[in-house]
Design a protein around this ligand. Structure first.
Ligand code: FAD
Length: 488
């Protein structure tokens, strides 16, 4: 025991945010020459939260997230901190194209689109995805004055104001659906794509601003040489044996820490100084569903907003947490014999706008996009269902869901072959929807935590970015913030 004291931490949630927090809390203790006891609590029996890799019959199947943006470095730093940086891999360079369904047919996404914003005019002018009126409306972005309004607005209102409803509905929404599965008219611009507003503000035009920023940081910037060759230059990265590689490495690195999997944090007690005494007395007690009480000097809460709200409600106003809706989604993975399919996939997959009226929202040609994912004589497709306003589909019985997905695959790709196997994953209330004003609301909540519950912090997908690198950054920051408070 350094300083004669053991610092006790409870991390609520064993997803990537919580595990990262625990990992960096351990590192912080080493750096500060202190001794920490860290316990990770999660009601699931399985580590990793949304991350869920299935290795089966030579396939690497991601049932949750499948990759991350290479330009966001906290995850790459974590990979190297964990000693698994050499397992990073990039997408197949021959499968760069993405398609969008329009009137039932696949159209390649015009080159130069950055998050749905055109930056090259000729391919945009030629695309069959939009009407002439829709293209002309998008070009008005060059002349429309920038809004002078301060503060947040919805992503939908911003995009329809700048590039018009057609680009928004046929291109931007299906593209962004993969990240939020959301209703763009409800999502916060500031909390999702602040660079869009910044482009308008600085360049007077979303297209001009996006063009000016184009190329800045698409592939991993910091020391790309440290990445293995197969990962260099790729916009997306993953691990060649799946994202679970990170969970396995974290489990190993957290040896010596405690965990309570299969056990929920059900309440949270704040002990006023002098209120609790005895050798175990701590500023906080975390009560678990198994009846156990964990005394804590510091607590990192990484549970989804609705669970975090239940825990914090007795202590603080939690409207910031309650106002974050979650959308349910599912994915259906199907494996085929390549010979039975007869398609040479030349891209990474396709997106389906709402107006097409299909069940699926997108389909990734996983075996083409990620060469490590499948044996070379097999094809792996991952189809997505569920988005804001269309969530009932997630709970269709397995047979009905598979039939609906196969109908769509048949109509778009002509595939009628029987899958070798099908894996269905339902993720209820899994995609947080940052409401307009989210950043301010989060900042207010955190300021209250700092003032009234020092040593307690909230982090994770509900707050500052849903992507894995954003969750990792938040988990790492949380470790330093909480340790600073504990150390005083
Ligand atoms: P979670 O993984 O949700 O972990 C929170 C944990 O808290 C859960 O395990 C839960 O059981 C636990 N918990 C809840 N209540 C309690 C309680 N009372 N006590 C203790 N524990 C509790 N991101 C990317 O970067 N790339 C992708 O390709 C990508 N694809 C995605 C695909 C899907 C289908 C989904 C749903 C998300 C995807 N994301 C992707 C986003 C990313 O996966 C998540 O944002 C991230 O994994 C969330 O991590 P987290 O630790 O913050 O939350």
């Amino acid at each position: 025991r350094s300083n004669g004291k053991l610092d006790r931490f409870v991390v609520i949630g064993g997803g990537i945010s919580g595990l990262t927090s625990a990992f960096y809390l351990k590192k912080e203790a080493e750096l500060r020459g202190r001794e920490a006891h860290i316990t990770v609590v999660d009601p699931s029996e399985r580590i990793g939260g949304k991350i869920n890799t299935l290795r089966k019959e030579g396939f690497v199947i991601e049932k949750g997230p499948d990759s991350f943006l290479a330009r966001k470095t906290p995850i790459i730093d974590l990979a190297f901190d964990l000693g698994i940086g050499n397992e990073l891999t990039g997408t197949n360079p021959a499968a760069k194209k993405t398609y969008i369904v329009h009137r039932g047919k696949l159209h390649p996404m015009p080159p130069g689109l950055v998050l749905g914003v055109p930056t090259e005019i000729m391919p945009f002018a030629k695309t069959g995805l939009l009407s002439w009126g829709g293209k002309a409306r998008a070009m008005l972005d060059f002349v429309l004055p920038a809004s002078k309004a301060e503060g947040d607005e919805s992503l939908g209102s911003f995009l329809s104001r700048r590039v018009g409803p057609e680009v928004m509905e046929r291109i931007a929404e299906p593209l962004l659906a993969g990240i939020y599965a959301g209703d763009l008219n409800k999502l916060s611009l500031q909390a999702t794509f602040p660079q869009f507003r910044e482009a308008e503000r600085r360049h007077g035009s979303l297209i001009r601003g996006t063009r000016a920023n184009r190329g800045k940081g698409t592939a991993a910037p910091a020391a790309p040489g440290r990445l293995p060759k197969r990962a260099q230059g790729s916009m997306f990265l993953t691990f060649q044996n799946g994202l679970a590689t990170m969970l396995e490495a974290l489990t190993e690195a957290l040896a010596g820490c405690d965990s309570r999997f299969g056990c929920k944090a059900v309440a949270f007690r704040k002990n006023e100084p002098g209120e609790a005494d005895g050798p175990e007395a701590a500023p906080y007690d975390v009560l678990l569903s198994n009846g156990e009480i964990l005394p804590a000097d510091g607590v990192v809460i990484t549970a989804p907003a609705f669970d975090a709200a239940d825990l914090l409600e007795p202590h603080l106003p939690v409207d910031a947490l309650r106002s974050i809706d979650y959308v349910s989604v599912a994915n259906v993975v199907m494996a085929f014999d390549k010979a039975a399919i007869g398609i040479d996939f030349d891209g990474s997959g396709f997106l389906v706008p709402r107006s097409e009226g299909m069940t699926i929202t997108a389909c990734t040609w996983t075996s083409a996009k990620w060469l490590h994912s499948s044996p070379s004589d097999k094809v792996l497709l991952r189809c997505y269902v569920g988005r804001a306003g269309d969530e009932e589909v997630v709970d269709l019985p397995d047979g009905a869901l598979t039939d609906a997905v196969r109908r769509d695959i048949k109509s778009v790709l002509g595939i009628t072959a029987e899958p070798l196997f099908t894996e269905i994953t339902r993720l209820h209330r899994s995609m947080p929807q940052y409401p307009v004003g989210h950043l301010e609301a989060t900042a207010r909540l955190r300021a209250q935590l700092r003032a009234e519950m020092p040593g307690v912090w909230i982090a994770g997908a509900a707050f500052e970015g849903v992507g894995l690198p954003d969750c990792i950054r938040q988990g790492k920051d949380a470790a330093a913030i909480v340790y600073d408070a504990v150390e005083g």
